[in-house]
Design a protein around this ligand. Structure first.
Ligand code: 0X9
Ligand code: ZN
Length: 389
């Protein structure tokens, strides 16, 4: 690929060859915006903005142009967005941070015997991080509840995760209202953290649609820690970067970020944790620990069985998911949330990568929200049934 062939003004998606682990490590350590969820050996898609091709050339990468990419800056201004709030619209449109919080506040206002919320921390830029708690009030208050914890929007640009977790909340509330509906198991409590990364998520609406990390000021004009590399299990290991400009920058130390501290503190406050799911996009994967190593976890057989059952449910809506251990199935990623939960509580902990498999990537069209929500709910029902005992 010649140096001057990419437009100086536009954005381009290029596919970079990743023939060996040295190239992979170099790529994720670089300043390049890796778009691909599977940049292990083979190839990785990278977003190249105006003037950024030089880094590819200087890095000695071989690559080819895949397609033009829409300028990720000021994306929402071009696409238009109604900031009014209609609770039903969450199946048709992506909600911004205020709309997502309004949606959960509506659930809480209308169902205060089932739904409550607590403040679990304050983001880098000072925004409250909320955790919503769902429990059937008819269930005994004296027994120790079995807590299922799920989170969305730890990665800012993965909008479909927030949309799908809203649907879980909605369906769980419907089930609690209706004795013949889909119920949580007796003595099960569901915790939802709707926006783990509020600063990054807001930034995707205002400044850069493809932002991934939080908004920590790293100095020297660099921003952001990858929160899914900032947890303590195997912090600093493979698949995380010490370069503050990298998309997978792990931060200065484990739990250096208020957003990961908030998740940790919530988990530590619970007497019992029965299961955990962190929703991401994209690649259509159902992943279990470990992510930091290729070595299988102690109860790989059980996790594999859970994965198979979740996949069977999720595959009913037109998309096909792949399940497996994260490290071998995707790539190594040290310091992730699910490894931390699995290490600490030895209960089923999953990362679920939602639609699609790369046609639209993080820019999943709104027309796919509905089916994504249906498949997430189907998968979650079987997970909570298995994990909740
Ligand atoms: O890299 C991540 O944090 C996750 N993928 S994403 O494209 N949504 O950023 C995956 C984390 C799960 N585990 C492994 N990567 N092995
Ligand atoms: Zn992600």
């Amino acid at each position: 690929m010649g140096a001057q062939t990419l437009s100086d003004s536009g954005w381009t998606k290029v596919r970079v060859d990743v023939p060996d682990t040295a190239t992979f490590d170099r790529l994720i350590d670089s300043n390049l915006d890796v778009l691909d969820c599977t940049p292990h050996l083979g190839s990785a898609d990278v977003a190249i903005g105006p003037g950024e091709e030089l880094e590819l050339i200087e890095g000695g990468y071989t690559y080819r142009v895949v397609s033009k990419l829409e300028d990720p800056r000021n994306w929402y201004k071009r696409h238009g967005h109604s900031t009014s709030y209609d609770g039903e619209d969450y199946r048709l449109h992506y909600f911004d941070a205020d709309q997502i919080l309004a949606f959960y506040e509506d659930l809480r206002a209308n169902h205060h015997s089932y739904v409550s919320r607590i403040n679990i921390g304050t983001s880098t830029n000072g925004e409250t991080i909320w955790a919503y708690r769902f429990q059937d009030p008819r269930v005994s208050r004296t027994a120790i509840p079995n807590n299922i914890v799920i989170e969305s929007l730890i990665h800012a640009r993965e909008w479909i995760s927030g949309a799908c977790v809203m649907h879980i909340a909605k369906k769980v509330v419907e089930g609690l209202e209706n004795p013949t509906g889909n119920r949580l198991l007796p003595n099960q409590v569901l915790w939802i953290i709707p926006i783990v990364n509020p600063d990054g998520f807001r930034y995707t609406w205002t400044d850069n649609r493809l932002w991934r990390k939080n908004r920590r000021n790293n100095g020297s004009g660099s921003y952001g820690v990858d929160l899914n590399r900032n947890f303590s299990k195997a912090w600093g290991g493979s698949g995380s970067s010490g370069n503050p400009n990298s998309e997978t920058y792990r931060g200065p130390s484990a739990f250096s970020e208020p957003e990961t501290q908030a998740i940790r503190n919530l988990l530590l406050s619970l007497q019992r944790v029965g299961g955990f799911i962190d929703y991401h996009s994209y690649s259509q994967l159902i992943l279990w620990p470990w992510a930091y190593t290729l070595t299988a976890p102690p109860d790989a057989a059980t996790l594999n069985n859970f994965g198979i059952q979740i996949k069977a449910q999720m595959d009913q809506f037109g998309a096909t998911y792949t399940q497996g251990q994260a490290g071998p199935t995707l790539y190594l990623a040290a310091g992730s949330s699910k490894d931390y939960v699995y290490d600490g509580w030895t209960k089923p902990a999953f990362t679920i990568e939602l639609r699609d498999t790369g046609q639209n990537g993080f820019l999943l069209p709104e027309s796919e929200i509905f089916a994504s929500q249906d498949e997430v709910w189907a998968g979650f029902k079987v997970f909570s049934g298995l994990a909740g005992r």
